[in-house]
Design a protein around this ligand. Sequence first.
Ligand code: ATP
Length: 367
Amino acid sequence: PAAPRRTETFSTLRLQGVGRTFGRTAALEGLDLEIRRGEFIALLGPSGCGKSTALNCLAGLLPLTSGSIWQDETRIDVLPPERRGFGMVFQNYALFPHMSVRKNVAFGLTMQRLPKAEVARRADEAIRLVRLEEHAHKLPGQLSGGQQQRVAIARAIVLEPSLVLMDEPLSNLDAKLRLEMRTEIRRLHQSLGLTTVYVTHDQEEALSLADRLVVLRDGTVQQIGTPEDLHNRPVNQHVADFMGYRNLIRLTAGEPTGDGTRVEGDGLSLVGSQVGDLTPGAAVVAAVRPEDVTVSEPGTSGPNHFRATVEVVEYQGRELAVEARTESGVRLHLRTPHRLAPGDDVVLGVAVERLLVFPDDGTASGE
Ligand code: ATP
């Protein structure tokens, strides 16, 4: 007989110091995370940072080498995957090719030996939720990639899991479908109140889907926060880089000023907002997003303004993506509604609160 599933839900799921090593490699170290019921959590980071390891530890597919996982007061990392009552959606869909959409979706319910009428009712409901009514009789091979991923999602939610785990579910889809499915996943999450942990390396995807993001690097957590937290207040240079702070300028810390920290070098002298500990003379990276670099008329002057020449202009709808170079050779990326052209002389500016100053961790590409 099928093992009994734990279908009861929880109010919090806690990961405490969760770690996993492979030989000498620490794939994941000391992950502390509290997931509230109904939350959408994204695990975000570059390839090899430990996202899948974290997800597989949660799912029970990979034993922990340290730490524990708790569903409210119950320790669950000791339970096999099928006893955790979680749903899984993978990048490659993992559908049964010889079974119709309806049979694929009903499979888990059938395994639980539920009455036929209930199986049919719940399978049809899940198929309706992912809008595949018209395709219920087809085989997976007769569906598009996006439709196959919908089947995989229906197959997970039909079991009414207390937690849904998704590992890069959209990465096999083309750009347009990816956007459509993103909206679909968000819609399902909102209408069903599903607690979800979602793995991706795509920051835009993570920012648009998640209530909170966990940014990982080399197996360790860099920052946990809402999209807004990460967007406006990245805690270090790595997170800033990942969050679209495309301008990372290597400078030297000067004395603190009344409203910020002075940073200098390469012909620039700017005031920014310090993040972390710094002493005057320390190597720093000043980070600013392209959309936070402003363009003024030549001749404008003021604090945090400097002259530059436009080098490359890319049309991007309402805005231009522009690359400019300061007189001393620092290259900057900006986005602007101004119709600039290569060769234009401009004055660029950065607000003190938009220029984040981090201790240099040595990873800036030095563009
Ligand atoms: P990707 O997006 O490429 O899947 P990821 O962020 O999910 O990357 P993981 O797959 O969790 O990263 O891998 C984290 C680290 O652990 C990597 O250095 C990887 O090589 C290593 N690793 C993962 N699984 C194993 C394994 N079964 N055996 C040995 N090393 C592993």
